[in-house]
Design a protein. Structure first.
Length: 343
């Protein structure tokens, strides 16, 4: 069963409110309609109500069950401005600046998420990645024991022997260009948390490099080796149950035959379900190459390391991509004890 189908079934039992900052975009409207049709909760579309209704009419799309909210006319504007002012006062934001910031739908949506008026956020359909992510990183606190926010892509394959029943969790694919060893360790453990939350499996994390198991002393390889040690230590100190192998080449991480031939023996070798790339170049190129050549479904970018679930989708996303990212974020908003209570 595809990952999205499995996750949507769980959301039907625990519906969630998803806020979309770009509410008038046709892809957002189509994803929101699907959200309601499949009984996953309430989509909240931000923007000019007239523009949203006009676009819905063009698409012959029923808005029943979809909440429309114009931030400029919201009764919550002042209370949200006061809260935002308190959050950002140390960065020099006054109350007038907070009101001005909330004119941006992405900031308003992030404040709804912060305030508990939405369970998850999916943005970026018409904005650059930096614009979509900035309010999230400025407003939503980091999780305990995390110092680095990053993002992941989920690749879902028909071939179920890969990863977790066909799903691979790949990171970082959208935030940090040249992560340090410390940041790589954070990225690995944050990605592992998401993988565990969605699959209930022990994450098998491969810290990827162009060399495996001490075969090279190149500085980039040494960084991955150091990150592996740090991640293992942090996991041990915090009680996070995870298997981590590094440095390791991607073929040895995914193919048991290759791992055996290279004499790499670990619970991760040939069975990895979490792939941690050494830098943003390799991560972004890698997942897009697999997505377009292998035809894998790709969902993300899912923001990791924050206390609230959110996604920053590509401007090239389809309505199906938007829906998939929303489903992942919705499930991340469900207490994991409820997700697998009857497993």
């Amino acid at each position: 069963m595809p990952l999205l189908t499995r996750l949507a079934a769980k959301l039907q039992r625990h519906p969630k409110r998803i806020v979309f900052p770009e509410g008038s975009d046709p892809r957002i409207l189509q994803a929101a309609r699907q959200w309601v049709t499949r009984r996953l909760g309430v989509p909240i579309l931000l923007g000019d109500r007239t523009a949203i209704k006009r676009n819905a009419l063009r698409l012959d799309l029923n808005l029943e069950g979809i909440r429309l909210l114009d931030p400029a006319r919201s009764a919550d504007l002042e209370s949200l401005a006061d809260t935002l002012h308190q959050i950002r006062a140390t960065k020099g934001m006054d109350l007038a600046g907070a009101r001005e910031a909330l004119k941006q739908n992405s900031t308003f949506a992030t404040m709804m998420l912060y305030n508990g008026q939405a369970d998850a956020l999916v943005g970026g359909a018409t904005a650059s990645a930096s614009s979509a992510l900035r309010p999230l990183f400025q407003i939503i606190p980091l999780r305990d024991h995390v110092r680095t926010a990053s993002s992941l892509m989920i690749l879902d394959f028909d071939e179920k022997t890969i990863g977790s029943s066909g799903s691979l969790f790949c990171s970082d694919c959208g935030v940090i260009p040249e992560p340090t060893a410390e940041q790589l360790a954070d990225i690995a453990l944050s990605t592992a948390l998401v993988a565990h939350h969605l699959t209930n499996e022990i994450p098998r994390v491969a810290m990827l490099s162009f060399a495996s198991s001490g075969a090279s002393q190149h500085p980039s390889v040494l960084k991955v080796r150091r990150a592996t040690e740090l991640a293992r230590n942090i996991a041990r100190e915090t009680g996070q149950v995870v298997e981590i192998e590094g440095e390791i080449q991607v073929d040895a991480a995914l193919d048991a035959y290759v791992a055996a031939n290279k004499n790499i023996k670990s619970p991760v070798a040939g069975r990895a379900n979490v792939l941690i790339f050494p830098d943003l170049n390799s991560g972004n190129i890698g997942f897009k190459l697999v997505q377009h050549i292998a035809g894998a479904n790709a969902f993300g970018q899912i923001v990791t390391g924050l206390r609230k679930p959110a996604a920053e989708i590509s401007r090239g996303s389809s309505a199906h991509d938007v829906f998939g990212a929303a489903v992942v974020c919705g499930v991340l908003a469900i207490d994991q004890n409820l997700l697998f209570a009857n497993s």
